[in-house]
Design a protein around this ligand. Structure first.
Ligand code: NAP
Length: 345
């Protein structure tokens, strides 16, 4: 397999734009790039390498001839159009939640469970952003001491709700400071100098969808249904990068110094802290960075075999676009490997 014909659905969105930039920055071998968005954006252009790409609306023959399509336009679009792309023999890497629970669809964080890619049938799901950041730190510790229970509170940025939510936060803050009225386009509650519980669907059990995703996806990725997890997800007035306060209880004792040692060696994760200055990872540290940042690992004084951790990561990158592109890179690498082996035989 040489250079690929790539499609990006949701190319004008917060995640789609990052995918396109990463394909360029990481020298992904792109033979052709086709970009799709809603009817409203069709006909406008975006830049890729030295050329202008005209954005197209989706149609029945959109995916013909494409090798790999990234979907990041919401789950209803993925449910409607991913099967069309698969039928046209494209591999699909989906950023939405449409197929994450499907037992036949691998849910992949490359640093954590790349082995599960082997079972893919052409469709691979990218996990929820808060779950990716969480497991980048917890998976290496789980391998050592086996996770028993996690209590996590998230502090999620506006960009997690898409490009328009970022505009809402910026414009509402400006309006607030200049004492002018502002009508929000997607954010449901006052956002400037405020916070609110995550704006995903509320279930009968009192959890919002985002919180349940963190439980279900953690179990699927770590292949351990005995893990207990309770999450509280909060939207905070930060433009980019989610933060998480994590309490993790393990079956076996694990000392903070050992946890630091392991996480320092974990690819894709950086320890960032200065205890003298009481400085730990912040969203501005993580923004635009590939790594997830962790710090303030301490023994839980209230519970044996438990640690507290603080995690921050750019959810548009490692929580979405970067993770998706890394999946594509592994698929490409494996395909190259197979064809090389075939040539040698
Ligand atoms: N934002 C994150 O941090 C994050 C993290 C993980 C996963 N995700 C998932 O990634 C997906 C995209 O999120 P986002 O934050 O990038 O959202 P976004 O900024 O709102 O972008 C949505 C994209 O979908 C396109 N779109 C809307 N209706 C369409 C249609 N009928 N046909 C084709 N394209 C259509 C939009 O095009 P127009 O510009 O033309 O409207 C836009 O390109 C969602 O499933 C989300 O859950 C997001």
């Amino acid at each position: 397999m040489g250079a690929l014909r790539i499609g990006v659905v949701g190319a004008t969105g917060a995640v789609g734009q990052e995918i396109i930039q990463l394909l360029e920055k990481r020298f992904f071998p792109v033979l052709e790039l086709r970009c799709f968005a809603s009817m409203k954006s069709a006909g406008s252009t975006l830049s890729f390498r030295d050329s202008k790409i005209v954005i197209e609306a989706l149609g029945p023959s959109s995916f013909k001839g494409l090798d790999l399509v990234f979907f990041s336009a919401g789950s209803s679009i993925s449910k409607q159009w991913a099967p069309v792309a698969l039928k046209d023999d494209a591999i699909v890497v989906d950023n939405s939640s449409a197929f994450r629970k499907d037992p036949n669809v691998p849910l992949i964080i490359p640093e954590v469970n790349a082995h599960a890619l082997k079972t893919n049938q052409g469709l691979i799901a990218n996990p929820n952003c808060a779950t990716i950041l969480l497991l980048m730190a917890l998976a290496p510790l789980h391998r050592l001491a086996k996770l028993k229970r996690v209590v996590v509170s998230t502090y999620q940025a506006a960009s997690g709700a898409g490009a328009k939510a970022m505009q809402d936060l910026e414009q509402e803050t400006h309006a607030f400071l200049t004492n002018r009225p502002y009508t929000r386009s997607v954010v449901p509650f006052p956002y400037a100098f405020n916070l609110f519980l995550h704006n995903s669907a509320l279930h009968d059990n009192g959890y919002v969808e985002e919180e349940l995703k963190m439980l279900i996806e953690t179990r699927k990725i770590l292949e351990d249904d005995s893990i207990r997890l309770t999450a509280t997800c909060v939207r905070v007035p930060v433009l980019r990068s989610h933060s998480e306060s994590v309490n993790a209880e393990f079956h076996f004792p694990i000392d903070p110094s050992r946890a630091y040692e392991i996480l320092q060696k974990t690819p894709g994760l950086s320890i960032l802290e200065d205890r003298v200055c009481n400085r730990f990872p912040m969203p501005i540290d993580a923004t635009g960075q590939y790594d997830v940042f962790c710090g303030r690992i301490r023994k839980d004084l209230s519970q044996d075999n438990a640690l507290d951790l603080w995690i921050v990561g750019d959810q548009l990158l490692k929580g979405a676009a970067l993770n998706a592109v890394q999946i594509a890179e592994i698929l490409l690498h494996d395909a190259l490997d197979t064809s090389r082996k075939k040539t040698l035989l």
